[in-house]
Design a protein around this ligand. Structure first.
Ligand code: EPZ
Length: 418
């Protein structure tokens, strides 16, 4: 089992081009199924979740070839509509194939998805939305059998929670429906705008992404497309938080800073200087971080739940107190026990976590508990005294391409021990 060995205390400096967004590329790769032929996806990050998605596409009969950061998906040979449990369990976003397969083939058979353990992650909203469009969905021993052939029809769908995945699933299914679908209460995340961009490139009539009301005029014949995926906003804030915690000056490029606003304003309040341009942000550290006003996770444009652990790790080694409130997932504080091993003073009460900065964390052997929790431990170790080990890197590989190499480029002392 490999792990990172990180000697903390080195300040970071330099510039990093941020890889394509995991949470954009996964639904975009599923959306390739909507048209027969060869789509070209650029800025496709090399992540284990992307590899799993490519494996699913191959299993369904498609070709999927990577050259550098470009992936070519040829869906001409699409023959199957069933995805085995072992692939479904690998990641949460495997469920997005439901909408894509229904739209293209009118049927799908798959089991419940896996993914990071952040507490219960139901898919009831996905299923309700697809049923509203006319799909018949039966659950038999954990397998979802979905039929929609010649029955799918555009409707108004209301999402009581702006679920990212349910919005994406409904968008893809709606492309295969006759008539107009309106999704009210849609998620407004930048990744939804990116998915809309790809669907429009395929010829779909989708509008409204980035607002709470999306409209999809279904039935238009779609064609394969070439598309460049947006930069990963959570990877960008991970490197900025690393510089905020360890000290130094770091630039991230390839990500529009307006997608980072909630996190950048916290970093500013904690004492860092930030400059931004059209697709870049530069953070300059100005000494130890101080406590900031309550950080409440919320749907976009609120503070992203995916950045909660990472900012917490940076502030835990700073000075002063900060209250975090996790509103999105029931169990997204699993990194806290590991941070405590490094000397962090964090008290949890239900959804709230009170972080009292201890000035400096110390070395420890810690274990990634999930994707962002793992990244948080790396951030903590970069700023801590001594040499720490971060294990269970499989979680980190789901969402970060070459995290250790990128940090070394910035001057960090981090090695992967096989
Ligand atoms: C997406 O997950 C992201 N994953 C997550 O990123 C991210 O944390 C999350 O959105 C919130 O921003 C991908 O895009 C692949 P949701 P998703 O449906 O779509 C509840 C990362 O670290 N809900 O918006 O699964 C749900 O329990 C990951 O990169 C239902 O109740 O999130 C949660 O409380 C992890 N029923 C809330 O909605 C449903 O049917 C938001 O979840 C669906 C969701």
């Amino acid at each position: 089992m490999s792990y990172y060995e990180i000697t903390g205390g080195r300040s970071l400096s330099g510039s990093l081009a941020i890889h394509g967004a995991k949470n954009s590329v996964l639904p975009i790769l599923a959306a390739c199924l909507l048209a027969s032929g060869q789509s070209v996806i650029q800025n496709c990050p090399d992540l284990s979740d992307v590899s799993t998605t490519l494996d699913i596409l191959r299993l369904l009969g498609c070709r999927a070839d990577r050259e550098g950061d470009t992936v070519v998906i040829d869906t001409t040979g699409l023959t199957r509509c069933d995805i085995p449990e072992c692939l479904m369990r690998e990641m949460r976003s495997s469920v997005i194939f439901l909408g894509a397969l229904l739209a293209r083939l009118g049927e799908a058979e798959l089991s419940y998805p896996g993914g990071c353990e952040l507490g219960p992650r139901p898919i009831d909203l996905h299923l309700t939305a697809l049923r509203a469009l006319g799909a018949e969905i039966m659950e038999e021993q954990g397998v979802l059998c979905c039929q929609g052939r010649e029955k799918l029809e555009g409707r108004e769908i209301y999402l009581p929670i702006p679920s990212v995945g349910a919005t994406e699933n409904a968008m893809l299914a709606a492309c295969g429906c006759a008539g107009v679908t309106t999704i009210v209460g849609a998620a407004q995340e930048p990744e939804i705008i990116d998915l809309q961009g790809f669907l429009q490139a395929m010829g779909a009539r989708v509008t409204g992404a980035g607002t709470e009301r999306l409209s999809i005029e279904g039935g238009a014949p779609l064609h394969p497309a070439q598309y460049r995926v947006m930069g990963d906003r959570i990877a960008a804030v991970t490197y900025l938080c690393a510089a905020a915690a360890a000290g130094g000056e770091v630039e991230v490029t390839g990500v529009p800073p307006e997608t980072l606003t909630a996190v950048l304003s916290c970093l500013r309040e904690a004492g860092c200087t930030l400059r931004t341009g059209p697709d870049w942000a530069v953070l300059t550290s100005c000494g130890p971080l101080h406590g900031i006003s309550t950080v409440r996770t919320a749907p976009y444009p609120g503070f992203p739940t995916d950045a909660q652990a990472i900012l917490m790790a940076a502030l835990a080694g700073g000075e002063g107190a900060t209250l975090f409130v996790e509103n999105m997932f029931d169990s997204r504080y699993r990194h806290v026990d590991e941070l405590r091993r490094m000397g962090a003073d964090i008290r949890i009460a239900g959804r709230a976590a009170m972080v009292s900065g201890v000035g400096k964390l110390h070395e420890a052997a810690v274990r990634s508990t999930d994707l962002r929790g793992g990244a948080a431990l790396v951030v903590a170790a970069l700023a801590a005294e001594g040499t720490s080990q971060v294990s269970e890197l499989r979680h980190i590989r789901r969402g970060y391409q070459a995290l250790d190499r990128n940090l070394r480029t910035l001057g960090a002392d981090i090695r992967q021990i096989p």
